[in-house]
Design a protein around this ligand. Structure first.
Ligand code: ADP
Ligand code: MG
Length: 212
């Protein structure tokens, strides 16, 4: 039996301390099953219901390897909607509140383009966004993905249902070949299998049926 205490992971001390102060003690099932592989740098496909704690699973992976002194976009998280992107950014900021000077930027459709260009010029460590808008920034050369070490596809099934496959392809094409891929989904339809086969390297599959 693997332990479900966060303290069983070799997380950086400021993350470990923050989790305690946030009252996160035990990992949820999906966290316990995916975090060891995520932290080992493997590609992971994780399937679990809403509320199973998927956001913290990938966020801790991103934050563990983030180099704050290197002011480059090191992680890109793609979400189906602005609301979900805002929620994810909020959770990342909460988990990262003990990592000083960390910059998390959201890039979503339905928001004015100009201010996003200004924010990108100021720089960020992590970008959370929706595929259409992120693709637009990549195409226009206002967002460079050359320093991405981790790509997260959150709610991948919904992104595909919403017709974002071409945007995902265009974005992924501009990301460095050598990167970690994390794919989170509530369901695992054929289209996800196809994407996973195309973009991921030897992925570890994690599936949690119950909520916790
Ligand atoms: P999902 O993306 O799987 O639908 P979330 O990542 O949004 O689920 O998590 C649901 C809620 O559970 C969030 O409010 C989050 O802060 C909380 N949470 C996640 N992991 C833990 C944990 N290990 N201990 C306590 N609360 C947690
Ligand atoms: Mg989620």
């Amino acid at each position: 039996m693997s332990s479900t205490a966060f303290s069983s992971l070799k997380l950086r001390i400021e993350l470990q301390e923050n989790l305690s102060s946030l009252g996160y003690q035990a990992m949820t099932a999906i966290q316990a099953q995916s975090l060891p592989d995520i932290l080992a740098g493997k590609d992971v496909i994780a399937q679990g219901k809403t509320g199973s704690g998927k956001t913290a699973a990938f966020s801790l992976g991103l934050l563990q390897q983030l180099n704050v002194k290197r002011f480059r976009i090191q992680s890109l998280v793609l979400c189906p909607t602005r609301e979900l992107a805002d929620q994810v950014a909020k959770e990342i900021r909460k988990l990262a509140r003990t990592i000083h000077n960390i910059k998390v930027l959201t890039l979503c459709g339905g928001m004015p383009f100009g201010p996003q260009i200004g924010s990108l010029e100021h720089g960020a460590h992590i970008v959370v966004g929706t595929p259409g808008r992120v693709e637009e920034h990549v195409r226009k050369g206002t967002l460079h993905l050359d320093n991405i070490t981790t790509l997260v596809l959150d709610e991948a099934d919904r992104m595909l249902e919403m017709g974002f496959a071409p945007s995902l392809d265009a974005i992924i094409e501009q990301a460095p070949k050598k990167r970690q891929n994390l794919l989170f989904s509530a369901t695992y339809p054929a289209q996800i299998k196809a994407i996973a086969g195309a973009v991921m390297t030897d992925p570890v599959m994690v599936k949690v049926a119950a909520t916790h």
